[in-house]
Design a protein around this ligand. Structure first.
Ligand SMILES: Cc1cc2nc3c(=O)[nH]c(=O)nc-3n(C[C@H](O)[C@H](O)[C@H](O)COP(=O)(O)OP(=O)(O)OC[C@H]3O[C@@H](n4cnc5c(N)ncnc54)[C@H](O)[C@@H]3O)c2cc1C
Length: 301
């Protein structure tokens, strides 16, 4: 269950008590406020608070660049100009705070993004719930033979069933032992900060994660990408939907100039130019190593 009944009651109470404010609000984001979007089997992402909108980015750019922005006709054009030219600080004027519930092995990847403020559920103070991520059958894949950091074909039949059984049994047995070590029924009971150490990395944790739009887009660029592990990518994809509703102009610019854009090395650009002029260029003539050439031809043929 992504949310406890207490958390759901808190959300319902907050959504029933709207407050008038002079601050900029965005209807697209208001609809997400406090709403828990389910991710994976027990995970969630929800917006707790936000500051700023597309106009806040332009307001900051205009104070920063003054007359330099006069030539840009409208807010959307200015935002696209800023994104295109890597003028990133105006995007830092927007902030957002998420509540995220996620497996510990996903949290380990996520926490590498240092430009954020985090408060995590304390398993020293509180007892963790019996909630473990068990992949859906279509995500139970074999090791990729091509990519050391990726998945290959989906496991089938008995093998798939055996893996699911192992994952479930190990999780339940570890949690039974956790409870038994914590119990003070006829014993002192091991400290929570120690008992947690036998829990597997697919147990769920929770945190509040606050960051600014510039760093959030950087996170999304890396984690909504097809190279990111599926289990973190699904969180990033849900957050992309939320950001698109919050700052549509900034998100469109981000998609066009970052997410769906391509960057070319000097050598790759030179090869493409020569090809456009009708030349046939081999790897030896390209100035690229074998791996770079393979990646280049995978993308450009
Ligand atoms: C597909 C994928 C595979 C990965 N595989 C591995 C792996 O195998 N092993 C591994 O260890 N990590 C791995 N990572 C994590 C990766 O190396 C980064 O740690 C992570 O993506 C965070 O990126 P970041 O440092 O740019 O983000 P943030 O920490 O959010 O930083 C944002 C930006 O702030 C600046 N910044 C922040 N802190 C500093 C600092 N101390 N000094 C200088 N500049 C700073 C940098 O410009 C940085 O880009 C992987 C990431 C991805 C997306």
């Amino acid at each position: 269950m992504p949310l406890t009944p207490e958390q759901q009651a808190e959300i319902d109470a907050l959504r029933e008590a709207p407050q008038q404010t002079l601050r900029a609000t965005v209807p697209g984001m208001e609809k997400h406020l406090y709403v828990a979007h389910q991710v994976l089997d027990h995970g969630l992402v929800r917006v707790i608070d936000y500051m700023g909108d597309d106009s806040a980015i332009c307001q900051a750019a205009r104070v920063s660049y003054g007359r330099g922005t006069k030539s840009v006709q409208n807010d959307e054009g200015l935002i696209r100009y800023l994104m295109r030219h890597w003028h990133s600080t105006p995007f830092e004027m927007c902030e957002v705070k998420f509540h995220v519930k996620l497996p510990v092995f996903v949290a380990r990847q996520w926490i590498r993004h240092r430009m954020a403020n985090v408060n995590e559920y304390s398993a020293r103070y509180s007892i963790l719930d019996r909630e473990f991520y068990i992949p859906a059958p279509d995500q139970l894949a074999a090791q990729s033979s091509q990519n050391h950091q990726g998945r290959g074909d989906i496991l089938q039949g008995d093998e798939a069933q055996r893996v699911l059984d192992l994952l479930r049994d190990d999780a339940m047995r570890s949690y039974d032992h956790y409870e038994s070590m914590l119990s003070n029924d006829g014993q002192q009971g091991l400290a929570r900060e120690l008992a947690r150490m036998n829990l597997p990395a697919n147990i769920y944790t929770q945190w509040y994660w606050k960051t600014d739009l510039h760093n959030l887009l950087h996170f999304l660029r890396l984690r909504a990408d097809s190279h990111a592990q599926y289990e973190i990518r699904v969180y990033a994809e849900k957050m992309c939907d939320i950001v698109a509703d919050w700052v549509p102009a900034a998100f469109n610019a981000f998609r066009d100039y970052r997410m769906d854009a391509v960057s070319l090395s000097a050598q790759a650009a030179a090869v493409l130019k020569r090809r456009l002029a009708g030349e046939v260029v081999t790897q030896e003539q390209s100035g690229m190593g074998a791996r770079e050439w393979r990646e280049f031809t995978e993308q450009w043929g």
